[in-house]
Design a protein around this ligand. Sequence first.
Ligand code: AMP
Ligand code: ZN
Length: 112
Amino acid sequence: MDCIFCGIAKGDIPSKKVYEDDNVFAFYDISPQSPVHILIIPKAHIVSAAEITSENSSVVARIFEAAAKIARDAGLSEGFRIVSNCGDSAGQTVKHLHFHLLGGRDFTWPPG
Ligand code: AMP
Ligand code: ZN
């Protein structure tokens, strides 16, 4: 399977790693949309949030545990946003589940 984020999680494709454990990998987005923009992914290939099931959902809890730690370590005490684009209408360009952790500026709501 030709998946860029599987390659990054395995270390076959270079990235600026922020965090790693047995199931989760986090790295800086190559095209940051805020002063802090980190992607948090499961090491296992899951296509999107639409593919989360009772069989694979435990990694989502691990991802959010990692997110809280990463946000703390990044000094985002004023707040941050976590976004997962799911499917083409939402603008998902990489078909491996990922959570954008965005911080370091104010955000508007609703999102565009
Ligand atoms: P999305 O558009 O929600 O699917 O998010 C995909 C994100 O992956 C975008 O923000 C891209 O900038 C980012 N991205 C794509 N390729 C890489 C890469 N090789 N290293 C880091 N980030 C990447
Ligand atoms: Zn993948």
